[in-house]
Design a protein around this ligand. Structure first.
Ligand code: PLP
Length: 437
């Protein structure tokens, strides 16, 4: 790129001249160590196709520039890939007009965005936020408010601590409420006591959930789960599981809440995963990631009117939730998803890609346990004798950026608009990477 910032001298040199090592030193010494990025690689920008990224990489001969297929789409946040001309041009035009204004004065895009959100999600009301975890924090508030007013067997409110049942190995983000919903020991380390009232059950185990409902009687306020556990390794429930959970919630006057932050916005071949499983409208869903085409962080709590109406002015708010650019890019994203029929494309591309990956997996029965997926959210689970991080590094060597999750699962979730050539490249990279594992 060629901006004033690329020429900006930091550490005595223009940023564009920093070596990969210099970048890594800054990250390792100045950034809290919350991720383990690949060393020796630096992303420069989008590549020659929307589903590609341009990188600089350390080699024996020095640093070299090349392109990778983006097999992760920032954990499903980038449905149209990078440098999509329509998204780019419109966002640029918007930024030419204004920075931001507070929610205490209206702007031209929030109202229309809410109307389109209602059409697209089929939910009644919305509380826009930024990161996904913020939408989940808002959902916890909504559940608690509803529980105090309408929860319990008699619908007159739960008097004690309302219980929210979540799933083992879930991922809901990094806020303290989200953390309380998750059982991962590293995530919870040194943070206890966490917010009370959360109970976990194994995912896809209806019996365990029934037992929890029995244990807590009328104090269960909600079941809050991901329809497909993505971060845990793309775990897909049995076809009837979510329908049965929803029924159980109804019978016990508890809310049925889905975290669709990763599965929503066409990722699974449906607009939302609750439609994939033929469910009735959930009471609340949380959405994020792809809803802004990956340009800025945008999320929202979405829900039924009787729950969402419990929020009131001064009780909740956000400087950037529903700000002009978020509303604009939120509208633009729905417009483009509909215009390009991205839901169908996700189903078609997902079926082709999964088929290709399954063909490859068959060649390595000792290394691959299973290929699982719905639409463009696919996981390749390897035998625990093999190292998933090594597999990701092999993929990189073979021209594809994909990342392991929980040591033994490779998550493959490229931009939905990826072309056949890109999907074939992912399959051939997996073949070479498994061979070298
Ligand atoms: N919920 C799910 C299902 C997610 O996959 C994620 C992120 O990966 C989150 C919540 C958290 O979103 P964010 O990182 O934007 O806070």
């Amino acid at each position: 790129m060629n901006t004033i910032i690329d020429a900006y001298e930091v550490n005595g040199k223009p940023i564009k001249d920093w070596t990969i090592k210099e970048h890594n030193v800054a990250l390792d010494t100045l950034g809290a160590r919350i991720y383990k990025p690949f060393h020796g690689v630096l992303v420069l920008g989008g590549g020659s196709k929307p589903y590609m990224i341009k990188i600089r990489k350390e080699t024996e001969k020095g640093e070299e520039e090349l392109e990778l297929v983006d097999g992760l789409a920032c954990y499903s946040a980038v449905p149209f890939g990078h440098r999509d001309p329509v998204i780019t041009e419109n966002v640029n035009n918007f930024i030419n007009q204004m920075a931001t204004i507070p929610r205490s004065i209206s702007h031209s895009y929030l109202g229309p965005w809410l109307v389109k959100l209602q059409e697209f999600t089929q939910m009644d009301m919305f509380l826009p936020k930024n990161g996904g975890t913020e939408a989940n924090e808002a959902a916890i508030k909504a559940i608690r408010k509803w529980a105090k007013n309408y929860g319990g067997r008699d619908g007159k409110g739960i008097k004690g601590t309302p219980v929210i049942i979540t799933a083992n190995n879930a991922f809901h983000g990094r806020g303290l409420g989200s953390t309380a919903m998750m059982d991962d020991s590293t995530t919870r380390k040194d943070l206890e006591p966490l917010m009370p009232g959360f109970e976990q059950v194994p995912f896809n185990d209806l019996g365990a959930l029934e037992a929890k409902f029995k244990e807590h009687g009328g104090d269960v306020a909600a079941v809050f789960i991901e329809p497909i556990q993505a971060e845990a390794g793309i775990f897909i429930p049995d076809d009837n599981y979510l329908r049965d959970v929803q029924k159980l919630c109804k019978e016990n006057n508890a809310l049925f809440v889905l975290d669709e932050i990763q599965t929503g916005y066409c990722r699974t071949g449906y607009d939302f995963a609750w439609q994939l499983y033929g469910l009735e409208k959930p009471d609340l869903i949380t959405i994020g990631k792809a809803m802004s085409s990956g340009v800025i962080p945008v999320s929202s709590l979405c829900g039924k009117k009787e729950i969402m109406e419990l929020f009131e002015p001064h009780g909740e708010g956000s400087t950037f939730g529903g700000y002009p650019l978020a509303s604009f890019v939120g509208l633009l994203t729905i417009h483009e998803l509909e215009k390009r029929d991205i839901t169908n494309l996700s189903a078609q591309n997902g079926s082709y890609l999964k088929d290709q990956l399954e063909q490859v997996a068959k060649k390595y029965p000792n290394k691959v346990k299973e290929v699982r997926g719905k639409g463009m959210l696919i996981g390749v689970e390897i035998n625990p004798d093999y190292d998933g991080h090594q597999l990701s590094m092999n993929m990189l060597e073979n021209g594809v950026y994909a990342k392991e999750t929980h040591e033994t699962n490779l998550r493959i979730a490229p931009p939905i608009v990826i072309e056949k050539e890109g999907m074939d490249k992912i399959a051939s990279a997996l073949d070479a990477s498994l061979a070298a594992l």
